[in-house]
Every structure is written in structure tokens, then in C-alpha cells.
Design a protein around this ligand. Structure first.
Ligand SMILES: Cc1ncc(COP(=O)(O)O)c(C=O)c1O
Length: 327
């Protein structure tokens, strides 16, 4: 146990103590990563004591698309999942920005066969305190990975399943062993795909460019936010086209974007400085607009869902109900 271990998690319909958020080791979800998931950020603000979940409905829609691709059904509606996220965040009461992981998993299956068809599924939700990374200001170094990004014909990156993250893990760990903060993976065609857990956006001659959804990437919600902010706030469209490896060496600015990483400047690639080796002006401007958007000070309040107690629930109502259920 560390000081930051959350008090509660959510498992199949109720809050449980963190240590009791347990899935069987032989479930297909735990054994083979046969699950789908979403990472959602909850931000403090705009007022004192206020919290809001950023683009939570878009995340739950993507979760449904991942589930559809795996012929998976769960016992909970999106409203129930959104309510569960709120209950969990309020119960844990971190007092800082939080990250919430919603995971829908396949259960044991007949004869404990990890490959057997099963309709047995469950959902677990965990949240951890995740304040903004110091790298938001300082930027990160990136390598080009020796690992290729998985492709749509074998392990579709569009499906956000735990199993895909074996590829991310190989790449990230190689990069860290070699002294980089992170890495960028190329796809089977040799063009740029994405980072282990983020999309990538390049600035070249004033243009914003990201690889298309057919380049071996997750269809990112943050990159969609960036596209909207760039168009509306700066009058710059985000182009989606393939990016060559060597374009990364000569571009003016480069940044990662993802729910967890937010907008992280990449200041070098393969030890070559990006631009002058410091976060660029366009990246900075987009970071500022992004900060306003996630803290509900921007032009899109519909992106920020207030995290609120259920009607009629007391300050600890959801927790009390769960504790009674456990007793
Ligand atoms: C592999 C991968 N690519 C891209 C992203 C960025 O997606 P989003 O902006 O929707 O968080 C993520 C984050 O979940 C990811 O895991």
C-alpha cells in the first residue's frame, strides 16, 4: 500500500474497497487481455470544489464501438457507467485531477478455455489521482521505435483493447531503456503511426498535420479536441495525411496528444532537436486553449460534465450503500 492508494474502486455495479476490485486470474480479460477500456480525465474547476469529466460521453461511445467490434455486451448502460464514474470519483475525493479507467472484460468462459466464445462479461472502474505532468511545460524526448505499430489486419488499433498494449509496452520499455522519455511507432508502411499511448501532431510550415485513422492509430478524442480548438481559436485546420519518419527530423513543432498525456511537446526525435529544441509557439497556444477547455473555461461547456452526487444522495450516500451491501 502506498499513501496514494485510492480507497474505492467500482466492480460490476457497486463501489468496493480498492483491494476487493478483483477479477479471476483465468478470466479471458485478465489472462489474454480480452477487454476494452477507456481512460477519462476528471478535472478540478472552474470553481472551488467543482469537478468535471472531460468528454466522458465521447469516451463511452468509443467504448461501445470497441465492444461492438468484439461482439461484446455488458449489463450496464452508458448512463449507469457515467453515474458509476461520478460515484467513484466523489468517494475517493482526491482533491486533485483524476484519471478514471473504465474496463469491460470477458469472464471465464466455458471449460476455462481462454479462446472459447463467452457472453460472460463484467466491468471494473478504477480512478487514481493524476495531476498534470511536469513534461507539459518542459516537453519530452522521443525515439523512433524499432517496433512496428500493430495494424488493422491483425490487431486493430482502432479497438481500444488491453491486448493491444503489449505492442505499446514493448516500444515504451525499449525507449526508456535507451534513455528516451517516449517513442513514436511507424506502421507497416513505414509511415508515422502514434506513440504508445498518445496520438502525434506535427507542425510544418504553419500547417498542423496528424496521421489519418487508417495509419495504425487509435481514433483519438484529444486529437479531435485539438482539431476543433485549432480551427475555432487559431483559424488553422488540422490535416490528416501520412507522415514520413524524416519529416519528424525537419518539422518545426511536434506534440503528443492523449487523455492522459494531454498536449506534450516533443523537443527531440532520435536526439535531433525539434525546431530549436524547446516547445514551439503553436504548441503553447494550443496547450493554453486545451487548458481552458478541460477546466470548463472555454467555448465548449458541453465537453465538461459536472461530477455530481446522485439526486437525494447524501455526502457519502454511494459509499454507505456499498458498505451496507458488503456487510
Ligand atoms: C494507443 C493510443 N493512442 C492514442 C491515444 C489518445 O487517445 P485519446 O485522446 O482519446 O485519449 C491513446 C489514449 O488512450 C492511446 O492509448
Amino acid at each position: 500500500m502506498t499513501a496514494t492508494t485510492p480507497a474505492y474502486a467500482w466492480l460490476n455495479g457497486r463501489l468496493v474497497p480498492w483491494d476487493q476490485c478483483v477479477v479471476h486470474a483465468r478470466s479471458q480479460g485478465a489472462f489474454w487481455g480480452a477487454n476494452v477500456f477507456e481512460g477519462i480525465r476528471v478535472y478540478t474547476g472552474p470553481g472551488e470544489g467543482e469537478l468535471s469529466a472531460f468528454r466522458v460521453r465521447d469516451h463511452l461511445e468509443r467504448l461501445r464501438r470497441s465492444m461492438k467490434s468484439l461482439h461484446m455486451e455488458i449489463d450496464h448502460t452508458d448512463d449507469e457507467l457515467a453515474r458509476a464514474c461520478d460515484d467513484l470519483v466523489l468517494a475517493n475525493d482526491f482533491g486533485t485531477d483524476a484519471h478514471v479507467c473504465v474496463v469491460a472484460y470477458f469472464g471465464l468462459g466455458p471449460n476455462f478455455d481462454p479462446l472459447a466464445h463467452t457472453t460472460e462479461t463484467g466491468v471494473h472502474i478504477t480512478s487514481t489521482p493524476v495531476p498534470r505532468s511536469a513534461a507539459f511545460a518542459a516537453g519530452v524526448s522521443a525515439s523512433i521505435s524499432s517496433w512496428r505499430r500493430i495494424g488493422n489486419d491483425a490487431m486493430p488499433p482502432r479497438i481500444k483493447t488491453g491486448a493491444n498494449y503489449h505492442n505499446s509496452r514493448l516500444a515504451q520499455h525499449e525507449a526508456v531503456r535507451n534513455g528516451f522519455d517516449t517513442t513514436l511507432l511507424l506502421n507497416a508502411r513505414g509511415t508515422v503511426a502514434e506513440a504508445p499511448g498518445s496520438c502525434v501532431v506535427m507542425v510544418r510550415d504553419g500547417e498542423l498535420i496528424t496521421p489519418p485513422g487508417t495509419s495504425g492509430v487509435l481514433e483519438g478524442i484529444t486529437v479531435d479536441t485539438v482539431a476543433t480548438l485549432a480551427r475555432e481559436q487559431l483559424g488553422i485546420p488540422l490535416h490528416r495525411r501520412e507522415i514520413d519518419r524524416t519529416e519528424l527530423y525537419v518539422c518545426d513543432e511536434l506534440f503528443l496528444c492523449g487523455t492522459m498525456s494531454e498536449l506534450l511537446p516533443i523537443t527531440s526525435v532520435d536526439r535531433l532537436p525539434v525546431g530549436d529544441g524547446t516547445p514551439g509557439a503553436l504548441t503553447r497556444a494550443l496547450q493554453d486553449h486545451y487548458t481552458d477547455a478541460v477546466r470548463n473555461r472555454g467555448a465548449h461547456p458541453e465537453w465538461c460534465t459536472p461530477v455530481a452526487r446522485a439526486a437525494g444522495d447524501g455526502p457519502t450516500g454511494a459509499v454507505r450503500a456499498s458498505e451496507e451491501a458488503l456487510a
